[in-house]
Design a protein around this ligand. Sequence first.
Ligand code: UT7
Length: 334
Amino acid sequence: MNNEKSVGIIGLGTYVPEKILTNKDMEQIVETSHEWIVERTGICERRIAEPEIATSDMATIAAQKALAEAGISADELDLIIVGTATPDMLFPSTACLVQANLKAVNAAAFDLAAGCSGFVYSLITGMQFIKSGLYKKVLVIGAETLSRILDWTDRGTCVLFGDGAGAAVLGETENGFGILGADIGADGTGGEFLKMPGGGSRNPASKESIEGKMHYIHMAGSEVFKFAVKVMGESALKSLHAAGLEPDDVDLLIPHQANIRIIQSAAKRLKLSMDKVAVNVDKYGNTSAASIPLALRESIDAGKIKDGDTIVLVGFGAGLTWASCVLKWGKGVN
Ligand code: UT7
């Protein structure tokens, strides 16, 4: 990768709603069991946003924490990118709503639609603006209120997802710290396998779209599973090779948290023991674009990441899409 300017995460913030929905609670909603959910997915509980809270609200709180950690004010931001599949509304973009909330008066703003790959897609996109010299500080957010688009009568999907947000401030780093290698990709032929068909120009809201449950997540779970198992390892390897590294060099893998079995298979493909893999799918379920920053924050807080460590972020999602990057953690300066 072109390294004349190093770019990395200089501040990180997250938010999850307080309300917890356990698997036992799910047993009251659909025909399921705690045992089935844990065995097939690894999920024990998930967070659900209060009715008055939307994606931009959680994104804003996470962003404020990221700005505080980066030690910069909102007016120093040049760009805000929000990776989300659950924007507050079709337009204006959630990024514009966050820009207004933060009073980030100098920032351009746009949303990026890459499903659960949204955070890493946004991170890699944001990095380009700094590498090119156009911008200095970019705020990248993955935020989702998936509980609003779940069919709470479909046990194949409603047990899987949760709400949350994560934000990272990107800036220039020193001494080779920051993003060392990256990979993004898409296979639009798999778009059918994970979608919300209603509410857009194809199927605008109507009596029929509501009766046809088009405003909910529709997923062919086993197809997405097969795709995920294939691309997680492949993409992580591509990023590592772009950085001139091998899986042996990895201190911590931070995979998208969709299903523990997918995470384990990615670890196996990279020949990493599970103590080198961040897992919190048990606590939050699949929070889509928010899952990687949430797992990153928890790993830092648990002392599992120190400056200079090599970490790999890798995600997959609707599109179908995938994205990964390798980071040498830290700013490279005191
Ligand atoms: O971030 C990207 C978003 N999506 C994903 O990551 C999803 C990837 N896919 C998966 O994680 C898995 O495919 C699932 C967890 C969704 C499903 O696991 P599976 O092992 O592929 O199960 P299955 O869909 O093949 O279903 C097996 C059985 C079915 O019953 P029958 O037809 O064999 O009688 C389902 O009806 O399990 C049944 N089932 C359930 N049973 C209890 C499906 N959901 C449930 C449930 N509780 N919640």
